[in-house]
Design a protein around this ligand. Structure first.
Ligand SMILES: [Cu+2]
Length: 526
């Protein structure tokens, strides 16, 4: 499983374990200790909930005695559908963002760093009026992970909404196609402007409701969103927030079951994290159910990836959700450890539920034939994509080319299932994401994977000094609703903006090759 990769875990010598049990990458610690404003992680100075950052950067969030229990995790606002229609107005505009002690000029949906979670049901239509009030840049909406039409004013990333314009999206969510109930998200997709806009705050959650029909165990459980974003705070450092909060407190009772929906809806950062002393029971990846829950204690989550899981309230106490430092880009030091949240287990013990003994034997109730189809379909064609970059890191390429919105890179016949191999020649993580369809991960660096769920985004490990890395996926292009033109790309969106994206066209027949403008089309109106 990608989020369980062995990422070359830090060796004992590379770790520096402080008295308060926080484990800090030694190099980061030493770098931090060198600086004049270094914050030393000793139990005398910082409470267990403190955030360790590098020299020159202020300690953000709560510190010291006031660290634990600083601010309860907030629930994002939600918009539900009524009578089969989800109506929303989303306006993109500049606005100020405050994350703990750190403030910056953001780019926001509806004035909020945590805009509404859209909650349609299968069979519904989303009617979303999108207004671009950004001063300079085009934008648009993409519904990440949804198996919906890429055409017209549906999930069409080739539409650009220019400043001052409004576009009315209408996205029909089929009840009888591949789209299932699960956790997705929305964000801008105007090539060249995506990083700036997502980093500014433009992204939100999207749930196709009905997951309790797949896993009845989540029915009536308290549902919590963990919407992960990150902001650049200077000197290459990132500040990770959850629901726009720095190190919020998550309350749970001992033995209580909660349904956690963890989504990385940020721009570029690959994150490894764990909760000290507390596993999670994963039910779905990228909105696609596993056949049965899987107990996991460490997660790797790249930009765009999601995890649905059940949490069980541990014995009373405080449990830190923290990043684990790891080497991503070969040429720069790892990100320092950051505390993401404090899980506080307290209150009367929950006696209604049976904990792990109840969760582990659960099975997905609705058969999920899509993964079976991906496993058993004959491979109609094999393709290889090679990821690379220029030495100055200004251009990121697939097969030696940067994105061109006038070029179709792959033409595919509807109904085919293909095997794609992504070869990463670059010594950093990239990811593979394709619109409109999920895929099955079958092999990583020559090791076959026994995946129990589909993905729509998957992190591709860095190349070594001597060898590229390699990801193999099986992609079913079998749902008629996806006929049309869409894209695949690295979801570290700075790489996408710099060219690491290609265009695919799924054709039902020769006569259906083009029935719409390739880009900047549609009918935006003022
Ligand atoms: Cu990338």
């Amino acid at each position: 499983m990608s989020w369980m990769f062995t990422l070359g875990a830090l060796s004992k010598q590379e770790q520096f374990v402080t008295k308060d049990r926080s484990t800090v990458d030694r190099r980061s610690f030493l770098n931090s200790a060198k600086g004049a404003c270094a914050v030393l992680a000793t139990s005398n100075v910082l409470g267990p909930a403190a955030v360790l950052v590098e020299a020159g950067v202020r300690l953000t969030g709560a510190s010291g005695a006031e660290a634990a229990g600083s601010e309860p995790l907030i629930a994002p606002p939600e918009i539900h559908s009524e009578n089969g229609v989800l109506r929303a107005m989303i306006t993109a505009a500049p606005g100020r963002v405050q994350l703990g002690d750190f403030a910056f000029p953001g780019l926001l949906y509806n004035g909020s760093y945590v805009p509404p979670v859209l909650r349609p049901r299968l069979g519904d239509t989303m009617q979303i009026a999108f207004r671009n009030q950004l001063p300079d840049d085009p934008s648009n909406l993409h519904f990440h992970g949804m198996s919906v039409s890429p055409r017209g004013n549906s999930d069409n990333v080739f539409l650009h909404v220019h400043p001052g314009d409004l576009l009315e999206y209408e996205v029909r969510i089929p009840a009888d196609g591949h789209q299932g109930a699960g956790f997705f998200w929305y964000h801008p997709h105007a090539h060249g402007f995506v990083t700036k806009q997502i980093l500014g705050g433009m992204s939100g959650g999207l749930v196709a409701d009905g997951f309790e029909r797949i896993f009845p165990i989540v029915k009536n459980l308290p549902e919590r969103f963990f919407l992960i974003k990150h902001a650049e705070i200077g000197e290459g450092n990132q500040l990770i927030s959850i629901n726009g909060q720095i190190n919020p407190t998550v309350a749970i009772r001992p033995d209580e079951l909660q349904f956690w929906r963890i989504g990385h809806i940020g721009a570029t950062l690959f994150i490894k994290f764990h909760i000290e002393g507390m596993p999670l029971y994963v039910l779905a990846t990228d909105g696609h159910p596993l056949s049965s829950p899987r107990k996991v204690s460490e997660f790797f989550i790249g930009p765009g990836e999601r995890i649905d899981a059940v949490a069980i309230g541990p014995e009373p106490g405080e449990y830190a959700m923290r990043t684990i430092s790891f080497q991503n880009e070969a040429w720069r030091k790892p990100e320092p450890v950051q505390q993401l949240a404090s899980i506080v287990s307290a209150g009367p013990r929950s006696s209604e539920r049976d904990g792990e003994a109840e969760i582990l034997p659960a099975h997905a109730d609705e058969a999920h034939p899509w993964i079976e189809e991906a496993r058993s379909a004959p491979i109609a064609r094999r393709r290889t994509l090679q990821y690379s970059k220029t030495a100055d890191r200004h251009a990121f390429m697939i097969d030696g080319q940067v994105f061109d919105d006038d070029r179709i890179d792959q033409t595919i016949k509807l109904g085919n299932t293909e095997e794609w191999t992504i070869v990463n020649t670059d010594q950093q993580y990239h990811s593979f994401h394709i619109h409109q369809t999920a895929f099955l991960v079958t092999e990583i660096n020559g090791v076959s994977q026994n995946e129990d769920s589909l993905r729509d985004t998957f992190s591709v490990p860095p190349a070594t000094d001597t060898e590229p890395s390699m990801l193999k996926v099986v992609i079913p292009f079998t749902d008629p609703v996806i006929t049309g033109r869409f894209v695949y790309h690295c979801h570290a969106v700075d790489h996408e903006d710099k060219g690491m994206m290609g265009i695919i066209e799924v054709v039902a027949s020769a006569s259906e090759l083009t029935d719409e403008p390739a880009h900047c089309g549609g009918a935006p109106r003022r």
